[in-house]
Ligand binder design. Structure first.
Ligand code: ADP
Ligand code: ZN
Length: 682
């Protein structure tokens, strides 16, 4: 019993890997390596040299034959010692003719200038002495020459072969290490320092426009100015206006930052160069910097254009944080080069730099200075209306049942990013196909959402009957308490179907609001503790499955006391550190006495919440039992079931009585975001 969730499933929906953005590096086609041609030529020459058998070369002979036969007859014109190892015998024309008659010497050269015979000599001095003796013996002149000869092509190749192999191997390794470099002059060999930006030209690419980007209205407005500039640069130049050189898109992964940048290029009808920050990080020193240089050179050639750097935090991380690690030097050089290039191009160069990150806070402050990324555009997770629009965009390509409720889908996907929604649509289509359906229906979407949120269903996980009963009461406890407390999150459904690592879960609809009141905190903590309290009330026991409930409840109570000033004893003080630099684990910003007070207050708040939960559960004993029974029966129950058992939720009743909107609280998830927002506004 690992992890029973209440509220939104923890951690939110799984984020798609970065590579899923359809913009991964592409391998260059065609002959991978220009050097290959060199190899082919060399191989061809070697082959020709080795297999041309009928070339005219001096015939092999030996000293004794030459001495006793040719010299004795006076047929030798001269002797040449080549490279101090071979003796070449030049015969008279008549002698050459005579020899050619013999089978053995059939192929000796006819050319006067060439030797007809040759043999290897042991030592030059001994050979010279032999010649001298022969001269005396036969009374002949026998001229003896020496010659040093450059070796033939083959020998050259043989001598250089090891080097060729070595160099070839080295180049091969370089290619392997630096991945597939973009084409262009120099290709692979000189490609290490080249930036492998992906270029989407207007002709090549199916254009992405603002129509394809759902929601993100504010971001679109901000970015419109850039489009305008790219379309009519003269207008701005005449007015002397300055256009920001760069804009930073900040937001969690999958929220459409890349899509937005592409849409800017599409709207303005200019080329779009895309590269990921991590492409600059290479094992070779200096490569990052030279790639930055090359990237900007490419961009300037294509100007006007959009240059998009994804995951800029890979290079833009604040410098000098880990002073002492030399491994950071390379990244710092890269960052410095980036800053230099950004300063280097004029505002009117027509290159607009867009960069994306999900953590603006860790970027080097120098990047934010005026004239660089002086504009930050928030690209947040979509809210309910935006999610509906994103569904609209991605449903276009699916074959759907006619009455599919998009608002319903949007309601079922709180916390989903655009990429998650795209995933849901894709997954739903797959599920429908697997079921052999003609059109994708609501059930397929629900299954897809479940799959993406909670990991694959594990119906096969064996739970003992006792365990299952305990889980049912635990989950019913959460549900009952949240149903009966005014400020708890509205419940969507409760399930005891194990998914991923959790045995059961309650799902709440978080509101899109960005503030949480003290009452909402308390009701939420009470609902979290409801599971454990129900176990205690009905079984007089407790189990480990409540771990994550307790953890979250404790953290919330602690945050109320230390961050949000919601405890009278501590007062309106916040120990939240928005800069993230202070290390709470070493030095606490409060005294030992305050620490004890914080502990006591946290405990008191948790106690109060537990009291609330216990009261609700005891008062609604029968209803809770009925709910647990239904859970055991159906495994999943919805808000309607609770309404049948308990009547309308307290929040609904209050709402009906007041005739107005009840402010529903928000899920626990964005708690720290809230804290950050607040501190930012202050
Ligand atoms: P990011 O760059 O922020 O990580 P992407 O722009 O690569 O995210 O988004 C990934 C995919 O998610 C897009 O290709 C698109 O299919 C989908 N998506 C994300 N946000 C939106 C949106 N606002 N409208 C439509 N589709 C979106
Ligand atoms: Zn629980």
């Amino acid at each position: 019993m690992e992890n029973k969730n209440t509220g939104q499933p923890q951690g939110g929906p799984p984020k798609p890997p970065a590579g899923q953005q359809g913009m991964g590096p592409k391998l260059p086609a065609g002959p991978r390596n220009p050097f290959m041609w060199g190899w082919l030529v060399i191989a061809a020459i070697l082959a020709v040299w080795m297999f041309t058998g009928d070339r005219v070369v001096p015939a092999e002979a030996d000293w004794n034959t030459v001495r006793s036969e040719m010299i004795a007859r006076g047929e030798v014109e001269k002797i040449v010692v080549v490279n101090r190892e071979t003796a070449e015998i030049y015969l008279t024309t008549a002698a050459a003719e005579r020899l050619r008659g013999q089978e053995k010497y059939r192929n000796i050269p006819t050319d006067e200038a060439q030797a007809q015979l040759k043999f290897t000599i042991g030592s030059v001095d001994l050979f010279a002495a032999d010649i001298e003796k022969a001269r005396e013996e036969f009374g002949l002149e026998l001229p003896l020459d020496y010659r040093n000869e450059k070796s033939g092509l083959g020998t050259v190749l043989l001598n250089f072969l090891p080097w060729i192999v070595l160099i070839g191997f080295w180049i091969f390794m370089m290619n392997r290490m630096s991945g597939a470099m973009g084409g262009g002059p120099g290709g692979q060999i000189m490609g290490v320092g080249r930036a492998k930006a992906q270029v989407f030209d207007k002709e090549k690419q199916t254009k992405v426009t603002f129509k394809d980007v759902a929601g993100l209205e504010e971001a679109k407005v901000e970015i419109m100015e850039i489009v305008d500039f790219l379309k009519k640069p003269e207008k701005y130049k005449e007015l002397g206006g300055k256009i920001p050189k760069g804009a930073l898109l900040v937001g969690p992964p999958g929220t459409g930052k890349t899509l937005l940048a592409k849409a800017v290029a599409g709207e303005a009808d200019v080329p779009f160069l895309s590269i990921s920050g991590s492409d600059f990080v290479e094992m070779f020193v200096g490569v990052g910097a030279s790639r930055v240089r090359d990237l900007f050179r490419q961009a300037k050639e294509k100007a006007p254009c959009i240059l998009f750097i994804d995951e800029i935090d890979a290079i833009g991380r604040a410098r000098g944080r880990n002073a002492g690690y030399s491994s950071n030097d390379e990244r710092e050089n890269t960052l410095n080069q980036l800053l230099t290039e950004m300063d280097g191009f004029g505002t009117n160069a027509g290159v607009i730099l867009l960069a994306a990150t999900n953590r603006a806070d860790i970027l080097d402050k120098a990047l934010m200075r005026a004239g660089r990324f002086d504009r930050q555009i928030e690209v947040g997770l979509p809210e309910i209306k935006e999610r509906e629009q994103i569904f609209e965009v991605h449903l276009k390509n699916l074959k759907l049942v006619p009455d599919l409720d998009r608002a319903f889908l949007a309601r079922q996907t709180p916390g989903f990013s655009g990429a998650d929604i795209a995933n849901v649509c894709n997954e739903a289509a797959l599920i429908a196909a697997r079921g052999g359906k003609a059109a994708v229906d609501k059930e397929d979407f629900l299954a897809a959402i479940d799959r993406i949120v909670g990991g694959l269903e594990r119906r096969s996980l064996v739970m003992s009957a006792e365990e299952k009963r305990l889980t049912a009461f635990h989950e019913a406890g959460h549900a009952t308490v949240s149903w009966m407390l005014e400020h708890a999150d509205p419940l969507i459904k409760v399930t005891i179907i194990p998914r991923g690592r959790s045995l059961g879960a309650s799902w709440y609809l978080p509101d899109e609001r960005h503030n949480t009141t003290r009452e909402q905190f308390m009701d939420k903590i009470a609902s979290l503790l409801g599971g454990r309290v129900a176990e205690e009330v009905f079984f007089k026991t407790s189990e480990t499955g409540a771990l994550s409930d307790l953890e979250r409840a404790t953290k919330m109570a602690y945050a109320m006391v230390t961050y949000f000033g919601m405890s009278e004893v501590i007062g309106n003080m916040s120990y939240y550190d928005s800069s993230g630099s202070g290390d709470m684990s070493f030095t606490k910003p409060f005294s030992e006495k305050t620490a004890q007070e914080i502990d006591a207050e946290t405990k008191r708040l948790l106690g109060l919440a537990e009291e609330m939960a216990r009261r609700v559960i005891v008062e609604n004993r029968a209803g809770l039992e009925a709910l647990a029974g239904r859970l055991l029966d159906k495994e999943t129950v919805f808000a309607e079931d609770l309404e049948e058992i308990f009547g309308p939720s307290i929040a609904e009743k209050k709402k009906a009585a007041a005739g107005g909107d009840v402010v529903a609280p928000q899920s626990e998830e964005p708690l720290l975001d809230n804290a950050r927002d607040e501190s930012g506004d202050a």
